[in-house]
Design a binder for this molecule. Structure first.
Ligand code: NAD
Ligand code: UD1
Length: 337
Protein backbone atom coordinates (compact mmCIF):
# COMPACT_ATOMS: atom_id res chain seq x y z
CA UNK A 1 0.00 0.00 0.00
CA UNK A 2 1.41 3.38 -0.99
CA UNK A 3 0.49 7.03 -0.92
CA UNK A 4 0.54 8.68 -4.35
CA UNK A 5 1.95 12.21 -4.12
CA UNK A 6 1.14 14.42 -7.12
CA UNK A 7 3.47 17.40 -7.47
CA UNK A 8 5.81 15.68 -5.04
CA UNK A 9 8.94 17.37 -6.42
CA UNK A 10 7.59 20.82 -5.56
CA UNK A 11 8.15 22.93 -2.47
CA UNK A 12 5.47 21.55 -0.15
CA UNK A 13 5.41 18.15 -1.88
CA UNK A 14 9.11 17.45 -1.29
CA UNK A 15 8.86 18.31 2.42
CA UNK A 16 5.77 16.13 2.72
CA UNK A 17 7.56 13.21 1.05
CA UNK A 18 10.23 13.48 3.77
CA UNK A 19 7.65 13.35 6.58
CA UNK A 20 5.69 10.48 4.96
CA UNK A 21 8.88 8.42 4.54
CA UNK A 22 9.99 9.26 8.09
CA UNK A 23 6.58 8.05 9.31
CA UNK A 24 7.29 4.70 7.63
CA UNK A 25 4.84 5.11 4.75
CA UNK A 26 5.55 3.98 1.17
CA UNK A 27 5.17 6.66 -1.46
CA UNK A 28 4.91 6.93 -5.23
CA UNK A 29 5.59 10.38 -6.67
CA UNK A 30 4.39 11.92 -9.91
CA UNK A 31 5.38 15.33 -11.27
CA UNK A 32 5.75 16.90 -14.71
CA UNK A 33 8.63 19.10 -13.44
CA UNK A 34 6.86 22.20 -14.72
CA UNK A 35 7.90 24.09 -11.59
CA UNK A 36 10.44 21.77 -9.96
CA UNK A 37 13.64 19.83 -10.51
CA UNK A 38 14.62 16.15 -10.17
CA UNK A 39 17.33 17.19 -7.69
CA UNK A 40 14.63 17.91 -5.08
CA UNK A 41 13.69 14.22 -5.06
CA UNK A 42 17.34 13.13 -4.90
CA UNK A 43 17.64 15.23 -1.77
CA UNK A 44 14.48 13.72 -0.27
CA UNK A 45 16.22 10.34 -0.67
CA UNK A 46 19.40 11.76 0.86
CA UNK A 47 17.56 13.14 3.91
CA UNK A 48 15.51 10.02 4.59
CA UNK A 49 17.88 7.30 3.33
CA UNK A 50 14.83 5.79 1.61
CA UNK A 51 13.97 5.13 -2.02
CA UNK A 52 10.63 5.40 -3.82
CA UNK A 53 9.13 5.16 -7.30
CA UNK A 54 8.82 8.26 -9.48
CA UNK A 55 6.85 8.79 -12.69
CA UNK A 56 7.33 11.88 -14.86
CA UNK A 57 3.64 12.25 -15.52
CA UNK A 58 1.13 15.04 -16.00
CA UNK A 59 -2.10 14.79 -14.00
CA UNK A 60 -4.01 15.62 -17.20
CA UNK A 61 -2.58 12.50 -18.89
CA UNK A 62 -5.15 9.79 -18.21
CA UNK A 63 -3.06 7.05 -19.85
CA UNK A 64 -0.07 7.97 -17.71
CA UNK A 65 -2.21 7.98 -14.55
CA UNK A 66 -3.68 4.55 -15.42
CA UNK A 67 -0.15 3.15 -15.71
CA UNK A 68 0.71 4.50 -12.22
CA UNK A 69 -2.45 2.98 -10.69
CA UNK A 70 -2.00 -0.31 -12.59
CA UNK A 71 1.59 -0.73 -11.45
CA UNK A 72 1.10 0.26 -7.81
CA UNK A 73 -1.41 -0.40 -5.06
CA UNK A 74 -2.38 3.15 -4.18
CA UNK A 75 -4.19 3.60 -0.90
CA UNK A 76 -4.64 7.38 -0.96
CA UNK A 77 -3.55 10.43 -2.96
CA UNK A 78 -2.05 13.67 -1.69
CA UNK A 79 -2.75 16.11 -4.49
CA UNK A 80 -0.30 19.03 -4.68
CA UNK A 81 0.13 19.27 -8.47
CA UNK A 82 -1.05 22.60 -9.81
CA UNK A 83 -0.09 26.11 -10.86
CA UNK A 84 0.07 28.66 -8.05
CA UNK A 85 1.14 32.14 -9.16
CA UNK A 86 -1.65 34.65 -8.51
CA UNK A 87 -0.40 37.32 -10.95
CA UNK A 88 0.20 34.81 -13.74
CA UNK A 89 -3.29 33.36 -13.22
CA UNK A 90 -4.79 36.76 -14.12
CA UNK A 91 -2.81 36.76 -17.40
CA UNK A 92 -3.41 33.13 -18.45
CA UNK A 93 -6.56 32.04 -16.59
CA UNK A 94 -7.40 29.22 -19.00
CA UNK A 95 -4.06 27.54 -18.32
CA UNK A 96 -4.94 27.65 -14.60
CA UNK A 97 -8.42 26.22 -15.10
CA UNK A 98 -7.07 23.53 -17.41
CA UNK A 99 -4.18 22.49 -15.22
CA UNK A 100 -5.75 22.81 -11.79
CA UNK A 101 -9.44 22.11 -12.39
CA UNK A 102 -9.37 19.75 -15.41
CA UNK A 103 -6.26 18.04 -14.04
CA UNK A 104 -8.01 17.34 -10.75
CA UNK A 105 -11.09 15.98 -12.55
CA UNK A 106 -8.91 13.61 -14.60
CA UNK A 107 -7.07 12.51 -11.46
CA UNK A 108 -10.35 11.83 -9.61
CA UNK A 109 -11.69 9.83 -12.56
CA UNK A 110 -8.55 7.68 -12.61
CA UNK A 111 -8.78 7.22 -8.83
CA UNK A 112 -12.44 6.19 -8.94
CA UNK A 113 -11.83 3.74 -11.78
CA UNK A 114 -9.06 2.10 -9.76
CA UNK A 115 -11.09 1.98 -6.55
CA UNK A 116 -8.96 4.57 -4.73
CA UNK A 117 -11.26 7.02 -2.98
CA UNK A 118 -9.07 8.78 -0.44
CA UNK A 119 -7.65 12.21 -1.17
CA UNK A 120 -5.88 14.99 0.67
CA UNK A 121 -6.20 18.16 -1.41
CA UNK A 122 -4.00 21.30 -1.27
CA UNK A 123 -6.43 24.14 -0.87
CA UNK A 124 -5.65 27.63 0.33
CA UNK A 125 -6.76 30.23 2.85
CA UNK A 126 -7.42 32.38 -0.20
CA UNK A 127 -10.89 30.73 -0.42
CA UNK A 128 -11.95 32.81 2.63
CA UNK A 129 -11.73 36.03 0.62
CA UNK A 130 -12.65 39.00 2.74
CA UNK A 131 -14.08 37.24 5.83
CA UNK A 132 -13.26 38.47 9.32
CA UNK A 133 -10.13 37.00 10.93
CA UNK A 134 -9.49 34.52 12.41
CA UNK A 135 -10.86 32.37 9.59
CA UNK A 136 -12.73 29.22 10.59
CA UNK A 137 -13.95 26.41 8.37
CA UNK A 138 -17.65 27.26 8.84
CA UNK A 139 -17.23 30.60 7.09
CA UNK A 140 -18.50 31.21 3.56
CA UNK A 141 -15.97 30.74 0.77
CA UNK A 142 -15.76 31.70 -2.86
CA UNK A 143 -15.33 35.48 -2.76
CA UNK A 144 -11.89 35.10 -4.27
CA UNK A 145 -10.32 37.87 -6.29
CA UNK A 146 -8.19 36.01 -8.82
CA UNK A 147 -8.34 32.93 -11.10
CA UNK A 148 -5.78 30.97 -9.05
CA UNK A 149 -7.90 31.32 -5.91
CA UNK A 150 -11.02 30.50 -7.90
CA UNK A 151 -9.49 27.20 -9.05
CA UNK A 152 -9.06 26.23 -5.38
CA UNK A 153 -12.65 27.19 -4.58
CA UNK A 154 -14.00 25.33 -7.65
CA UNK A 155 -12.00 22.20 -6.87
CA UNK A 156 -13.31 22.21 -3.29
CA UNK A 157 -16.86 22.38 -4.66
CA UNK A 158 -16.18 19.58 -7.18
CA UNK A 159 -14.83 17.36 -4.41
CA UNK A 160 -17.91 18.09 -2.25
CA UNK A 161 -20.14 17.08 -5.19
CA UNK A 162 -18.07 13.95 -5.67
CA UNK A 163 -18.52 12.92 -2.04
CA UNK A 164 -22.25 13.71 -2.19
CA UNK A 165 -22.56 11.39 -5.19
CA UNK A 166 -20.54 8.57 -3.65
CA UNK A 167 -20.18 8.34 0.12
CA UNK A 168 -17.28 5.92 -0.13
CA UNK A 169 -14.92 8.85 -0.69
CA UNK A 170 -12.82 10.21 2.17
CA UNK A 171 -11.41 13.67 1.48
CA UNK A 172 -9.53 16.33 3.42
CA UNK A 173 -9.47 19.87 1.97
CA UNK A 174 -6.42 21.36 3.64
CA UNK A 175 -6.53 25.15 3.61
CA UNK A 176 -2.93 26.30 3.95
CA UNK A 177 -2.07 29.70 5.34
CA UNK A 178 1.40 31.02 4.39
CA UNK A 179 3.94 28.20 4.15
CA UNK A 180 7.55 29.34 4.56
CA UNK A 181 10.82 27.84 5.83
CA UNK A 182 12.80 24.86 4.64
CA UNK A 183 13.87 21.45 5.89
CA UNK A 184 16.26 21.90 8.81
CA UNK A 185 19.08 20.11 6.94
CA UNK A 186 19.09 22.98 4.42
CA UNK A 187 18.92 20.38 1.64
CA UNK A 188 15.42 21.16 0.36
CA UNK A 189 13.52 24.43 0.28
CA UNK A 190 11.58 26.80 -1.93
CA UNK A 191 13.20 27.42 -5.33
CA UNK A 192 11.04 29.95 -7.15
CA UNK A 193 11.50 30.65 -10.85
CA UNK A 194 12.59 34.22 -11.57
CA UNK A 195 11.82 37.04 -9.15
CA UNK A 196 9.78 35.73 -6.21
CA UNK A 197 6.21 36.95 -5.74
CA UNK A 198 5.92 35.93 -2.11
CA UNK A 199 7.42 37.72 0.84
CA UNK A 200 9.86 35.31 2.45
CA UNK A 201 11.57 34.07 -0.74
CA UNK A 202 11.97 37.72 -1.70
CA UNK A 203 13.50 38.64 1.68
CA UNK A 204 15.82 35.61 1.44
CA UNK A 205 17.09 36.72 -1.98
CA UNK A 206 17.70 40.24 -0.66
CA UNK A 207 19.59 38.72 2.28
CA UNK A 208 21.83 36.68 -0.01
CA UNK A 209 22.51 39.69 -2.25
CA UNK A 210 20.57 38.57 -5.33
CA UNK A 211 18.04 41.39 -4.98
CA UNK A 212 18.78 44.93 -3.87
CA UNK A 213 15.96 45.68 -1.47
CA UNK A 214 12.52 44.54 -0.40
CA UNK A 215 9.45 46.52 -1.48
CA UNK A 216 7.02 46.62 1.44
CA UNK A 217 3.61 46.70 -0.21
CA UNK A 218 1.85 49.35 1.87
CA UNK A 219 2.43 50.66 5.40
CA UNK A 220 -1.01 52.22 5.82
CA UNK A 221 -3.12 49.15 6.60
CA UNK A 222 -5.13 49.12 9.82
CA UNK A 223 -2.61 46.85 11.54
CA UNK A 224 -0.27 47.63 14.47
CA UNK A 225 2.64 48.76 12.25
CA UNK A 226 0.60 49.46 9.08
CA UNK A 227 1.96 46.46 7.12
CA UNK A 228 0.03 43.31 6.15
CA UNK A 229 -0.37 40.55 8.73
CA UNK A 230 -0.20 36.84 7.76
CA UNK A 231 -0.20 33.44 9.43
CA UNK A 232 3.20 31.98 8.47
CA UNK A 233 3.51 28.23 8.95
CA UNK A 234 6.76 26.24 8.77
CA UNK A 235 6.65 23.95 5.72
CA UNK A 236 7.80 20.98 7.85
CA UNK A 237 4.88 21.54 10.25
CA UNK A 238 2.60 21.74 7.21
CA UNK A 239 4.11 18.47 5.93
CA UNK A 240 3.43 16.76 9.27
CA UNK A 241 -0.17 17.98 8.93
CA UNK A 242 -0.44 15.90 5.73
CA UNK A 243 0.75 12.73 7.48
CA UNK A 244 -1.92 13.33 10.13
CA UNK A 245 -4.52 14.02 7.43
CA UNK A 246 -3.69 10.70 5.74
CA UNK A 247 -4.19 8.91 9.05
CA UNK A 248 -7.45 10.78 9.57
CA UNK A 249 -9.01 9.97 6.18
CA UNK A 250 -8.01 6.29 6.44
CA UNK A 251 -10.67 4.06 7.95
CA UNK A 252 -13.48 6.59 7.60
CA UNK A 253 -15.44 8.37 4.89
CA UNK A 254 -16.55 11.99 4.56
CA UNK A 255 -15.21 15.36 3.46
CA UNK A 256 -13.71 17.98 5.78
CA UNK A 257 -12.18 21.37 5.17
CA UNK A 258 -9.35 21.92 7.66
CA UNK A 259 -7.16 24.99 8.22
CA UNK A 260 -3.42 24.44 8.52
CA UNK A 261 -2.02 27.54 10.19
CA UNK A 262 -0.56 28.56 13.52
CA UNK A 263 -3.34 30.94 14.57
CA UNK A 264 -0.77 33.77 14.97
CA UNK A 265 -0.30 36.74 12.67
CA UNK A 266 3.01 38.46 11.89
CA UNK A 267 3.40 41.70 9.97
CA UNK A 268 5.76 42.23 7.03
CA UNK A 269 8.11 44.26 9.22
CA UNK A 270 8.06 41.67 12.01
CA UNK A 271 9.09 39.05 9.47
CA UNK A 272 11.85 41.32 8.14
CA UNK A 273 13.22 41.77 11.69
CA UNK A 274 13.02 38.03 12.44
CA UNK A 275 14.96 37.35 9.24
CA UNK A 276 17.59 39.97 10.13
CA UNK A 277 18.15 38.10 13.39
CA UNK A 278 18.54 34.81 11.50
CA UNK A 279 20.96 36.07 8.84
CA UNK A 280 22.86 38.50 11.06
CA UNK A 281 22.53 41.62 8.93
CA UNK A 282 20.01 44.29 7.91
CA UNK A 283 17.47 43.70 5.14
CA UNK A 284 17.16 46.95 3.17
CA UNK A 285 13.57 47.83 2.32
CA UNK A 286 11.51 50.66 0.86
CA UNK A 287 7.81 51.27 1.33
CA UNK A 288 5.94 50.82 -1.95
CA UNK A 289 2.25 51.17 -2.88
CA UNK A 290 -0.20 48.47 -1.77
CA UNK A 291 -0.38 45.39 -4.02
CA UNK A 292 -3.80 45.00 -5.66
CA UNK A 293 -5.92 42.31 -4.03
CA UNK A 294 -3.95 42.20 -0.74
CA UNK A 295 -5.78 42.10 2.58
CA UNK A 296 -4.69 43.72 5.85
CA UNK A 297 -5.06 40.49 7.82
CA UNK A 298 -5.15 36.74 7.20
CA UNK A 299 -4.80 34.19 9.97
CA UNK A 300 -6.33 30.90 10.97
CA UNK A 301 -8.44 29.58 13.72
CA UNK A 302 -6.47 26.31 14.00
CA UNK A 303 -8.86 24.52 16.43
CA UNK A 304 -10.39 22.10 13.93
CA UNK A 305 -6.98 20.73 12.89
CA UNK A 306 -6.24 20.06 16.55
CA UNK A 307 -9.63 18.46 17.13
CA UNK A 308 -9.77 16.25 14.02
CA UNK A 309 -6.12 15.60 13.25
CA UNK A 310 -4.40 16.18 16.58
CA UNK A 311 -2.30 18.72 14.66
CA UNK A 312 -0.52 21.63 16.28
CA UNK A 313 2.43 23.56 14.84
CA UNK A 314 5.76 23.26 16.66
CA UNK A 315 8.15 25.61 14.87
CA UNK A 316 8.11 29.35 15.60
CA UNK A 317 8.87 32.33 13.36
CA UNK A 318 12.58 32.36 14.35
CA UNK A 319 12.94 28.72 13.31
CA UNK A 320 11.13 29.47 10.02
CA UNK A 321 13.67 32.23 9.27
CA UNK A 322 16.73 30.24 10.45
CA UNK A 323 15.81 27.26 8.27
CA UNK A 324 15.08 29.48 5.25
CA UNK A 325 18.43 31.20 5.71
CA UNK A 326 20.29 27.86 5.92
CA UNK A 327 18.63 26.69 2.68
CA UNK A 328 19.14 30.02 0.89
CA UNK A 329 22.76 30.54 1.93
CA UNK A 330 23.74 26.94 1.16
CA UNK A 331 21.86 26.99 -2.17
CA UNK A 332 21.91 30.60 -3.46
CA UNK A 333 20.79 29.36 -6.87
CA UNK A 334 18.32 26.83 -5.54
CA UNK A 335 18.69 23.36 -7.03
CA UNK A 336 20.82 24.76 -9.90
CA UNK A 337 24.05 24.76 -7.86
P1 NAD B 1 5.15 24.01 -6.37
O1 NAD B 1 4.96 24.70 -7.67
O2 NAD B 1 6.49 24.05 -5.75
O3 NAD B 1 4.70 22.47 -6.50
C1 NAD B 1 3.72 22.05 -7.39
C2 NAD B 1 4.29 20.87 -8.18
O4 NAD B 1 3.31 20.37 -9.08
C3 NAD B 1 5.52 21.24 -9.01
O5 NAD B 1 6.55 20.32 -8.77
C4 NAD B 1 5.02 21.17 -10.45
O6 NAD B 1 6.06 20.80 -11.34
C5 NAD B 1 3.93 20.13 -10.33
N1 NAD B 1 2.87 20.24 -11.34
C6 NAD B 1 2.19 21.34 -11.74
N2 NAD B 1 1.28 21.02 -12.66
C7 NAD B 1 1.37 19.67 -12.85
C8 NAD B 1 0.67 18.75 -13.67
N3 NAD B 1 -0.28 19.15 -14.52
N4 NAD B 1 1.00 17.44 -13.61
C9 NAD B 1 1.99 17.03 -12.78
N5 NAD B 1 2.68 17.86 -11.97
C10 NAD B 1 2.37 19.17 -12.02
O7 NAD B 1 4.04 24.57 -5.37
P2 NAD B 1 3.89 24.36 -3.80
O8 NAD B 1 4.17 25.65 -3.15
O9 NAD B 1 4.60 23.16 -3.37
O10 NAD B 1 2.32 24.14 -3.72
C11 NAD B 1 1.75 22.84 -3.73
C12 NAD B 1 0.24 22.96 -3.75
O11 NAD B 1 -0.18 23.70 -2.60
C13 NAD B 1 -0.31 23.69 -4.97
O12 NAD B 1 -1.52 23.08 -5.34
C14 NAD B 1 -0.58 25.09 -4.43
O13 NAD B 1 -1.59 25.74 -5.12
C15 NAD B 1 -1.00 24.78 -3.01
N6 NAD B 1 -0.78 25.92 -2.10
C16 NAD B 1 0.46 26.47 -2.01
C17 NAD B 1 0.66 27.55 -1.16
C18 NAD B 1 2.02 28.21 -1.06
O14 NAD B 1 2.11 29.31 -0.55
N7 NAD B 1 3.10 27.57 -1.49
C19 NAD B 1 -0.40 28.05 -0.40
C20 NAD B 1 -1.66 27.46 -0.52
C21 NAD B 1 -1.83 26.37 -1.38
C1 UD1 C 1 -0.17 34.86 -1.49
C2 UD1 C 1 -1.24 34.72 -2.55
C3 UD1 C 1 -2.33 33.78 -2.05
C4 UD1 C 1 -1.72 32.45 -1.62
C5 UD1 C 1 -0.66 32.72 -0.58
C6 UD1 C 1 0.00 31.44 -0.15
C7 UD1 C 1 -1.13 36.88 -3.69
C8 UD1 C 1 -1.86 38.17 -3.97
N1 UD1 C 1 -1.77 36.03 -2.86
O1 UD1 C 1 -0.76 35.40 -0.36
O2 UD1 C 1 -3.27 33.54 -3.06
O3 UD1 C 1 -2.71 31.59 -1.10
O4 UD1 C 1 0.33 33.59 -1.13
O5 UD1 C 1 1.19 31.66 0.49
O6 UD1 C 1 -0.07 36.60 -4.23
N2 UD1 C 1 4.66 41.55 0.57
C9 UD1 C 1 5.49 42.64 0.49
N3 UD1 C 1 6.49 42.62 -0.44
C10 UD1 C 1 6.70 41.58 -1.28
C11 UD1 C 1 5.85 40.45 -1.20
C12 UD1 C 1 4.82 40.48 -0.26
O7 UD1 C 1 5.34 43.60 1.24
O8 UD1 C 1 7.63 41.64 -2.12
C13 UD1 C 1 3.59 41.52 1.61
C14 UD1 C 1 2.19 41.36 1.06
O9 UD1 C 1 1.62 42.61 0.78
C15 UD1 C 1 1.50 40.63 2.22
C16 UD1 C 1 2.62 39.78 2.83
O10 UD1 C 1 3.84 40.39 2.40
O11 UD1 C 1 1.07 41.54 3.20
C17 UD1 C 1 2.60 38.34 2.38
O12 UD1 C 1 2.60 38.30 0.96
P1 UD1 C 1 2.76 36.91 0.16
O13 UD1 C 1 3.93 36.17 0.66
O14 UD1 C 1 2.74 37.24 -1.30
O15 UD1 C 1 1.49 36.07 0.57
P2 UD1 C 1 -0.08 36.48 0.52
O16 UD1 C 1 -0.28 37.75 -0.15
O17 UD1 C 1 -0.62 36.29 1.88
Amino acid sequence: MAILVTGGAGYIGSHTCVELLNAGMDIVVIDNYYNSKPEALNRVKQITGKDFKFYECDIRDRTGLDKVFDENKIDAVIHFAGLKAVGESCKIPLAYYENNVSGTVTLCQAMADHGCKRMVFSSSATVYGNNKVPYNEEMSTGEVTNPYGRTKYIIEEILKDLYASDNEWSIALLRYFNPIGAHETGLIGEDPNGIPNNLLPYIAQVAVGKLEHLNVFGDDYETPDGTGVRDYIHVSDLAVGHVKAINYITGRTGIDAINLGTGNGFSVLQLVHAFEKACGHKIPYVVAPRRAGDLAYSYANPDKALRLLGFKTERDIDKMCEDTWRWQSNNPNGYDN
